[in-house]
Design a protein around this ligand. Sequence first.
Ligand SMILES: [Fe+2]
Length: 244
Amino acid sequence: MATRVGAAPGDDLTVASRRLNAAYQQTLRYAEDVRRLYQQVQRAIYQSLLGLANALEAKDAYTRGHSERVGAWSRGVAAALGLPTGDVDMIGQAGLLHDIGKIGIPEAVLRKPGALVPEEWAVMRNHPLIGAQIVAPFDFFAGGALMIRHHHERWDGSGYPDGLTGDEIPLGARIIAVTDVYDALTSNRPYRVALSHATAIEHLTSEAGRTLDEDAVAVFVTLMQTLSTAKPDVGARSALRPSS
Ligand SMILES: [Fe+2]
């Protein structure tokens, strides 16, 4: 850099250093703005997906409240496992949206009052794939899309859509599977009345290491004990889900 006439070289260096520092600070501010905007866009997209999930709840009475509980419990299990905050958030969001693909299932199947026949089950089993496709355009939610795709996989490989086994199944999907099964068991279905909390926990424990992830089951059981200790009426289904 050219030295001004009459100015000591050190002065120029000081000025240049200040300018450089000011430019650096400005860049940091821009970066912070970009980060904030990106988060706003993510939130807006997520809100839109929630709108879609609400539309599903209007279509399928069973899903009402189910998605929120699965989301909240999955988040709780992920946090109790000590996962990083970003992973905990994504698992909670994927739990909330796990059945979003049911929006693409015909109402005749979705709302059928009786048990489904094999052909209808084949249609119903497409919902994890449809759900993953719905959220696929959002790069920031790629991990969540995988959890949605695999939430019906089973530890022993007997699940769908890909028959993955054990650790091949994304951890978030294994967690969602546990909370999803518990909520399904403790819900009234057209073909079965709701099981008690204790019976559902017994079932989860017997499936741990067989169809369900052993660690996720253990953490979930402890979480439910903690919740029922903090609020004694939580163990009762009616307290978890006000009669609908
Ligand atoms: Fe599902």
